[in-house]
Design a protein around this ligand. Structure first.
Ligand code: UGY
Ligand code: MN
Length: 247
């Protein structure tokens, strides 16, 4: 149903943004066929990261050439084969991959309706540290831990915590009523997609109801806080830049 009288939950500001599934407009992207692509976060809004949602028809495909950008991909539902520089793996929902800058990757044989979230960012090399290699994983094999000791907020860190990586991608799961322990204000930027459940996100001086499918961008130093509401746990996948000196 269209939202009444042009109302929307979306907000795009200078320092944060919320985009809901009802706001989606497809982009045509080179190398993407038989799929829709919605660019939810990008340098066009002031971000240093791009967050893109790909939704595949059966027979769809994506082929991204080697470049300066590294790519993290997370299969939200469905399944597909992913190849990075010629090495492949079939990923199902919860599967993920990391393709380093300078390598090409391709997705093929998707199940109809497969949705993949991509985070892409130019790689910042660290002198004396070798760049990371490609990797594949599955969230079901990543151990979670209570966030700052709170069992109502479980954090899974999907990428290795090593100086070679200048980006982190994590999964947060909150029991209903679970929340971030305090209002965070930090130099790291976030791109985020709600995977399930609902809650309220505080972004700077505004509070937004959010639910599965919503995408959020938080610029560096955007004050942020989240509380899960409803009857089922709320889960989100998010990106953050890490491991690099501020200047
Ligand atoms: O890793 C983080 O900064 C995380 N606690 N932020 C967030 O969930 N908004
Ligand atoms: Mn944060």
């Amino acid at each position: 149903m269209p939202e009444l009288f042009g109302h929307t939950r979306a907000h795009v500001g200078r320092r944060h943004a919320l985009i809901t599934p009802k706001n989606h407009v497809n982009s045509t992207l080179p190398g993407v066929t038989g799929a829709t692509a919605v660019v939810l976060v990008s340098p066009a809004m002031g971000a240093q990261v791009a967050q893109t949602l790909l939704t595949f028809e059966s027979g769809g495909a994506a082929r991204f050439g080697a470049g300066e950008a590294q790519t993290f991909g997370y299969v939200m539902d469905g399944g597909a084969r992913v190849e990075i520089a010629g090495k492949g793996r079939r990923l199902k929902a919860g599967g993920f991959f990391y393709c380093p800058a300078g390598s090409d990757w391709a997705l093929s044989m998707p199940r109809r309706g497969t949705r993949v979230t991509l985070f892409q960012k130019k790689y910042a090399a660290l002198p004396g540290v070798k760049a990371p290699k490609a990797l594949f994983g599955d969230q079901s094999r990543v151990k979670g831990a209570p966030f700052l000791g709170d069992p109502a907020a479980n954090l899974q860190v999907l990428l290795p915590d090593m100086a070679a990586f200048d980006m982190a991608v994590n999964l947060f799961a909150y029991q209903p009523g679970g929340h971030l322990p305090f209002v965070e204000v930090h130099v790291m930027e976030h791109g985020l997609v709600m995977l399930s459940g609902e809650g309220v996100y505080r972004l700077e001086d505004s509070w937004y109801p959010v639910r599965a499918g919503d995408a959020v961008w938080m610029a560096p130093y955007c004050a942020q806080w989240f509380v899960a509401m409803g009857k089922v746990p709320a889960r989100y996948l998010y990106y953050k830049d890490v491991n690099r000196p501020p200047i």
